[in-house]
Design a protein around this ligand. Sequence first.
Ligand code: PGA
Length: 252
Amino acid sequence: MALRPYIVGNWKMNGTRATLAEARAIDRAAARHPAVEVALAPPFTLVMAMAEAVQEIAVGGQDCHAKPSGAFTGDVAAAQLADAGARFAIVGHSERRTLHGEGDGLVRAKAEAALAEGLGVIVCVGETEAERDAGQAEAVVASQLAGSLPGAEAGVERVSVAYEPVWAIGTGRVPSLDDVGAMHRAIRAHLAAAYGAAGAGVRILYGGSVNAANALELLGADEVSGALVGGASLTAESFSAIIAAAAQRVEG
Ligand code: PGA
């Protein structure tokens, strides 16, 4: 793996203060594998407490609003995330795109808002099963990237992309390694076109049913520089195994 592997846990709407013990254990696992960059995105309610509880790992938000402040009931601004100790935000997750109707333009605005506050950003893209069956997967992802990636002037070195096929999220199904590699190569080419030389430094994470058993293999696919992990990031036991798999990929 050419870039420092980036293993990110997305806790979605899971976790209370009692779960911080898992975050502490994940933090200790991350300390054992300094070659790997590890991060967790808990629900907003836990960002501050988790950021205070850990030392090695970065804590981030699962979303942020595109505007700096205002009458947006229930939303959280990037500056508020940063103030709570967050270092990054995930934007454009398929659950936000589908369940909250977020389109590419909004995802891009959120990404730029996060970068403007000094946060890193993970921009998520991925096709549905119907789109893959129709042979449209690469075209769909290319169009999501064209619409959702932040502008070149916004801070490319803090941008990562997560390729998450919608049909692989939470289902236990994963694409073939060939399909993962082909999509990641296509994303890399898109990044080079969008960002020039800086595009080579953008990490491309695979997400969708990554677990302790398949992580080593998936992390070995072409142009995979990390993983965005949902269910298997909720316990230190499974997430630590994924961190260790990433370390094995770098250290051999
Ligand atoms: P999963 O979720 O690992 O539970 O499939 C991944 C994600 O939605 O980021």
